[in-house]
Design a protein around this ligand. Structure first.
Ligand code: HEM
Length: 483
C-alpha cells in the first residue's frame, strides 16, 4: 500500500504532516484484513472511511459499521445505551483479563461500579493528585539528569515507566510491597495480552481456544498476589485511621454505592486496580510519546512550550496547570493525530437504524477516534499537525463529537482529567530541561500494538540537557515538584 513519507513535510507556523498510512483505495479481502488487523490495524482503513459518514462491511461471522457522523456518534455513545452495548469483541478481549473492572463490565454491574467510583474520579479529586504527579516527574527528571549527555533513550519505554510511576503513587500512596514485580508484570502483561486475537476479531465463539491466552495465567497470578498483600495491609491501616483514603486504593476500600450503601468486594477492588493501571499506563504514555515526537519536528511549537514552561516555572501548581495553555494544546493535538485508542466498539443488541441505514442485531458498531480525527468532512487539513486548533481563540470550532480521544457519554474515560494534567505537566517539565532529537536512522511509523497506537520499534531519541533557563537557574525547579 502507499504510505506517506516518514520524513515530515514542513509548512509555515510549525505545521507539518506527521507520518501515517495512506488509506487503502479498496477494502481488503478477509484474509488480508485479518492479517493487517494483527500487524497494524491502522493500515486497514480505506479512503471511504475518511470521506463517508458511515461505512458498512464485515466478515462472514460479523457485520461491521464504522460510523463517523457526529449525530450518529451521539446516538450510539450517548443517547441509546440500551441498543448499543459494550461490544462482544471488547468483552472477549478485556473481560478475560480485567474481570470485573469498570472498563469490562456492563449493565447493572457497570452502573453500580461507576456510581460507587464517581467521587474518586471527580475533577477536584483528580486535581489532588498533583503531588503524586510531581513526585514521579521529579524522579524522571533526576534520572535523565544523571544520564551522560547525548545518551540515546527509548521514549515509549521511558514514558511507560513514568506513567506507571504516576499510577502507582496515585493508587498506593503508602507504597506497594514489590514495585519492581508490578513493573515487570505490567510489561509482560502488555506484551502477552496486547495483541488482538484474530479469532476474537472475526467473531468465533468463546469455546474455540485462543492461543494468545495460554501464557496469561502466571502473569495475572503475580499481579493478584501483590494486590492481595497491598489490600490486606491497607485494610489494617484503615482500621487504625479510617480517614486514610488519600489514594485510590483507600478511596476504593472506603467507597459506598450512594443508592444502596454497599461497598466494593475485594475482587472488585483488585480488578479495578488492575483496570486503572491497564487503562492509564499504555494510553497516557502513548500520548506523551507522540507529543514529544511531534514537538521534535516543530521548532516553533517547541519554543512556545519551552517559553510557557519557563514563564510558569515558579508558579503554584494550580496556576501552572491553568497557564500551560500552549502545552495543553500540543497534548490535545497529539491525541488528535495519534489517538492512543483507535476504536471504540459497541454491539447493536437489536435491529436498529443509523443515519438511515438498517443495522442488524449483532452488528459491530465502530466509532474510531483515529478515523474521526482525520475525517475529511470534519476537519480542515486533518493530517497536519497544528496545535493552534486547540488554542482558546482558535478559528476552527471543534465539533464535540468529532474529537473523542477519551470517548463520550456514560462510558467516557474516567481518567481523562488525570491523564491530561499528567501529560501537560510532564511535557512542559521535560521540554524545559531537555533537548530531544530523533536518533540517526530512526524512522517513525505509527502502529496499533499492545492495545494502543505506538511508534513501531520504539522512539529512539538523543537526550541533551538544555542550557540554563531564562530565569538563570542551572537546575530550575520543576513545575510540579514544589507544591
Ligand atoms: C491519554 C490517556 C487515556 C486515553 C486516550 C483513554 C481512552 C479511553 C477511552 C476512549 C475510553 C472509552 C471507551 C468506551 O467508550 O468504550 C476509556 C475508558 C476508560 N478509561 Fe481511559 N484513557 C486514558 C487514560 C485513562 C486513565 C489514566 C485511567 C485510570 C486511571 C483510565 C481508565 C479508564 C476506565 C476505567 C474506563 C472505562 C470507563 C467505563 O466504562 O465506565 N483511562 N478510556
Amino acid at each position: 500500500m502507499g504510505k506517506h513519507s516518514s520524513a515530515p513535510m514542513q509548512s509555515p507556523a510549525g505545521r507539518f504532516q506527521p507520518p501515517m498510512p495512506l488509506p487503502q483505495a479498496q477494502p481488503l479481502g478477509v484474509f488480508a484484513l485479518v492479517r493487517t488487523l494483527r500487524s497494524n490495524a491502522l493500515e486497514c482503513w480505506t479512503k471511504a472511511h475518511f470521506e463517508q459518514a458511515i461505512v458498512l462491511g464485515g466478515f462472514p461471522f460479523a457485520q461491521v459499521a464504522v460510523v463517523s457522523d457526529p449525530r450518529s456518534v451521539r446516538q450510539i455513545l450517548v443517547e441509546d445505551q440500551s441498543t448499543f452495548r459494550k461490544s462482544t469483541i471488547e468483552r472477549r478481549v478485556l473481560s478475560a483479563r480485567l474481570r470485573n473492572g469498570l472498563v469490562s463490565v456492563d449493565g447493572d454491574q457497570w452502573q453500580r461500579l461507576r456510581r460507587t467510583l464517581a467521587p474518586m474520579f471527580a475533577r477536584k479529586t483528580m486535581a489532588g493528585f498533583a503531588p503524586q504527579i510531581g513526585g514521579a516527574t521529579e524522579a524522571l527528571i533526576e534520572r535523565w539528569q544523571n544520564l551522560p549527555e547525548g545518551t540515546v533513550i527509548e521514549i515509549k519505554t521511558e514514558m511507560l515507566r513514568y506513567a506507571l510511576e504516576v499510577l502507582l503513587r496515585c493508587i498506593f500512596a503508602e507504597g506497594i510491597g514489590d514495585p519492581e514485580a508490578v513493573r515487570t508484570a505490567t510489561t509482560r502483561f502488555y506484551s502477552t495480552c496486547g495483541t488482538l486475537d484474530p479469532f476474537d476479531v472475526i467473531g468465533l465463539p468463546d469455546f474455540v481456544p485462543r492461543l494468545t491466552r495460554l501464557r496469561e495465567g502466571p502473569i495475572m497470578r503475580a499481579f493478584d498476589d501483590e494486590l492481595k498483600k497491598a489490600i490486606a495491609e491497607r485494610r489494617r491501616s484503615l482500621a487504625v485511621s479510617p480517614n486514610a483514603t488519600h489514594d485510590m486504593l483507600g478511596a476504593m476500600l472506603a467507597a459506598r454505592d450512594p443508592d444502596t450503601g454497599a461497598s466494593m468486594t475485594e475482587a472488585e477492588v483488585k480488578d479495578n486496580v488492575l483496570t486503572f493501571i491497564f487503562g492509564g499506563q499504555e494510553t497516557t504514555s502513548s500520548a506523551l510519546t507522540w507529543a514529544i515526537y511531534l514537538l521534535s519536528q516543530s521548532p516553533e511549537w517547541r519554543e512556545r512550550v519551552i517559553e510557557e514552561s519557563r514563564r510558569l516555572a515558579d508558579a503554584s501548581w494550580q496556576t501552572a496547570v491553568e497557564g500551560l495553555v500552549q502545552t495543553r494544546a500540543v497534548v490535545e493535538e497529539a491525541l488528535r493525530i495519534y489517538p492512543p485508542i483507535i476504536a471504540i466498539t459497541r454491539t447493536a443488541i437489536r435491529d436498529t437504524e443509523i443515519a438511515g441505514n438498517l443495522i442488524k442485531r449483532g452488528t459491530l458498531v465502530v466509532v474510531s477516534p483515529y478515523v474521526l480525527h482525520h475525517h475529511r468532512l470534519l476537519w480542515r487539513d486533518p493530517d497536519l499537525f497544528d496545535p493552534a486548533r486547540f488554542s482558546p481563540n482558535a478559528s476552527e470550532k471543534i465539533e464535540r463529537y468529532s474529537y473523542l480521544p477519551f470517548g463520550v457519554g456514560p462510558r467516557m474515560c474516567v481518567g481523562a482529567a488525570l491523564s491530561l494534567q499528567e501529560a501537560t505537566l510532564a511535557l512542559a517539565s521535560i521540554m524545559r530541561r531537555f533537548q530531544l532529537d530523533l536518533a540517526p536512522g530512526q524512522n517513525v511509523w505509527p502502529v496499533q500494538s499492545n492495545f494502543t497506537l505506538r511508534p513501531r520499534g520504539g522512539l529512539h531519541m538523543i537526550l541533551r540537557r538544555r542550557g540554563t533557563s531564562a530565569r538563570g537557574s542551572s537546575r530550575p525547579t520543576d513545575i510540579v515538584a514544589n507544591k
